[in-house]
Design a protein around this ligand. Structure first.
Ligand code: URA
Length: 436
C-alpha cells in the first residue's frame, strides 16, 4: 500500500478498506501509516479513492440513526483555523432555534485549534460521552458535542491524531475523508461547511479551498445530505483571542451579544444557514435575524449553559469567566514602528499558541488550557511605535520567549493604511436552499 501510493498507482476500494480496518484494530503501526499518509499528501487521490477512504472511515464505527428525533439534524464543521471558536457558539444557538445539533468535533490539528480542546477548558466538561449519553444530552437540550470515539468514527480518531504531528494535514483528500466520515456518522440531515482560506488555513488560496469545498459538497450530496460550503477568510485569526480557555471567554461574549465583530458576523452567517437548512427559517436572511434575536434574548447563552451542565461541566464558569483556567503570567509584544497593520502571518500566530502549550507537538502531549494570545491589533489598525500588538498568556518563560519572537515576526507594519481589506465571506459553494 505504501509503495503503491508512493509510485502514484491507484488503490482499490478493497485495499483502502482493509488498510483502514487494520489500522483501526491496531494491526498496522503508526510509522507505516505515517508513511502512507505522506505519500497521499504528495501524490493525491482520485475521486474513487477519496470516496472509498471516506466510506471506510465512516464504517469503521457506528453510524447513528437519529431519525426518531423530530427536529431536523444539522451540523457545521470548519476545515480548521486560528481563533475559530464558532462551533461553540453555533451548536447552542441553532439548538435554541429548534434545530437538533449532534456535533462530533476534533482536537487541535497542526497550527489550528480544536473544538474538543476548547470545550475541555471548561472545568469538568466531558467530550468523551458514550453514545447513549450523547443521545440523552441531544434529546434533552437539542445539542451535544463530543469527539470521535471508539464507537463513532474511530478511524478518524486515530488518523487525526497521527496527521496532527506528522505534517500530513494539508491534503484536500485526507481533510475531506476526515470531516465527512465524522459528519456522515452523526445521523444528520444537513451540513454547513466553513472552508477556510488564507495564511492561517490549510488551503492557503481560494482555488484550493474551492476544490476542497466542492469535494466535500459532492461527497455529502452523494450520501443524500443537504450540504453547503462557505469559503471564509482565515488570513488573520478570527476574533481576538487564541488559546483554549481564552476562546471560551470570547464564545460567551458573543453569546451575550458582545465580542469582536468578525466573529459575531461569521457566527450569524453560519447560523443563518443552519436554521435555514434545519427548516426553522424560510430563508438564510430570516435565519440570521432569528439568530440575532436568540442571542439578544439570552436564550442561546442559556442553551450553552444547559449543555455544559449536562456534559459534566461547571455551569457557573459561564457566568463567572474567572473560573476558567488562567495562565500565571502575561507579556506583551510591541510594535517596532508607527504605521498600520498591513498583514499578519496567521499560521505563525497559531504555531505560537502551540509552542505556548495550547496545542500538541507530539501525539502524547497534553494541552495547557490556560495559555494563549490576545491580539491587540488586527489588519488595518493604526499602531504607534511601542504600542502593544498582542498579549501572551503563558506558564513557561522559555516557551513564551519563542512564541513572542514568532508573533513579532508575523506582524507586517506599513506606512499607509490598507486600500482594501479581504472579505469575511468569499464564496458560497453548493446551494441546497435559497441563498439570502
Ligand atoms: N477538520 C477535521 O475534522 N479534519 C481535518 O482533516 C481538518 C479539519
Amino acid at each position: 500500500m505504501i509503495r503503491k501510493k508512493r509510485d502514484g498507482d491507484e488503490l482499490s476500494q478493497n485495499e483502502i478498506e482493509s488498510f483502514i480496518n487494520a489500522y483501526t484494530d491496531d494491526s498496522i503501526p503508526d510509522y507505516q501509516v505515517s508513511a502512507w499518509l505522506m505519500a497521499v499528501v504528495l501524490r493525491g487521490m482520485t475521486r474513487g479513492e477519496t470516496a472509498a477512504l471516506t466510506d471506510a472511515m465512516l464504517r469503521s464505527g457506528e453510524v447513528l440513526d437519529l431519525s426518531y428525533l423530530s427536529p431536523k439534524k444539522v451540523d457545521k464543521h470548519s476545515t480548521g483555523g486560528v481563533g475559530d471558536k464558532t462551533s461553540l457558539v453555533l451548536a447552542p444557538l441553532a439548538a435554541a432555534a429548534g434545530v437538533a445539533v449532534p456535533m462530533i468535533s476534533g482536537r487541535g490539528l497542526g497550527h489550528t485549534g480544536g473544538t474538543l480542546d476548547k470545550l475541555e477548558a471548561i472545568p469538568g466538561f466531558n467530550v468523551n460521552l458514550p453514545v447513549a449519553d450523547f443521545r440523552r444530552v441531544l434529546e434533552t437540550c437539542g445539542c451535544a458535542m463530543i469527539g470521535q470515539t471508539a464507537e463513532i468514527a474511530p478511524a478518524d480518531r486515530k488518523l487525526y491524531a497521527l496527521r496532527d504531528v506528522t505534517g500530513t494535514v494539508e491534503s484536500p483528500y485526507l481533510i475531506c475523508a476526515s470531516i465527512m466520515s465524522k459528519k456522515l456518522a452523526e445521523g444528520i440531515d444537513a451540513l454547513v461547511l466553513d472552508v477556510k482560506t488564507g495564511s492561517g488555513a490549510f488551503m492557503k488560496n481560494e482555488k484550493d479551498a474551492a476544490f476542497l469545498a466542492e469535494l466535500m459538497v459532492e461527497t455529502g450530496t452523494r450520501m443524500g445530505k443537504q450540504v453547503v460550503a462557505l469559503i471564509t477568510d482565515m488570513d488573520q485569526p478570527l476574533g481576538n483571542m487564541i488559546g483554549n480557555a481564552l476562546e471560551v471567554v470570547e464564545v460567551v461574549q458573543v453569546l451575550r451579544g458582545e465580542g469582536p465583530e468578525d466573529l459575531r458576523q461569521l457566527c450569524i452567517e453560519l447560523a443563518g444557514w443552519m436554521l435555514h437548512l434545519g427548516g426553522v427559517s424560510d430563508t438564510v436572511a430570516a435565519g440570521k435575524k432569528q439568530s440575532e434575536k436568540l442571542i439578544a434574548s439570552g436564550k442561546a447563552l442559556d442553551k450553552f449553559r444547559q449543555m455544559v451542565e449536562l456534559q459534566g461541566g461547571d455551569p457557573r464558569t459561564i457566568d463567572d469567566l474567572t473560573k476558567l483556567p488562567q495562565a500565571q503570567a502575561t507579556m506583551t509584544t510591541a510594535s517596532a514602528s508607527d504605521g498600520y497593520v498591513a498583514s499578519v502571518q496567521c499560521e505563525q500566530i497559531g504555531s505560537a499558541c502551540v509552542i505556548l502549550g495550547g496545542g500538541r507537538e507530539r501525539k502524547e502531549d497534553s494541552v495547557d488550557p490556560a495559555v494563549g494570545i490576545v491580539l491587540r491589533k488586527k489588519v488595518g489598525d493604526a499602531v504607534s511605535k511601542g504600542e502593544p500588538l498582542a498579549t501572551i498568556h503563558y506558564n513557561a518563560e522559555t516557551r513564551a520567549s519563542r512564541a513572542k519572537q514568532l508573533l513579532e515576526e508575523s506582524y507586517r507594519i506599513a506606512d499607509a493604511p490598507l486600500r482594501q481589506t479581504r472579505p469575511l465571506i468569499h464564496r458560497v459553494i453548493g446551494n441546497p436552499g435559497e441563498k439570502n
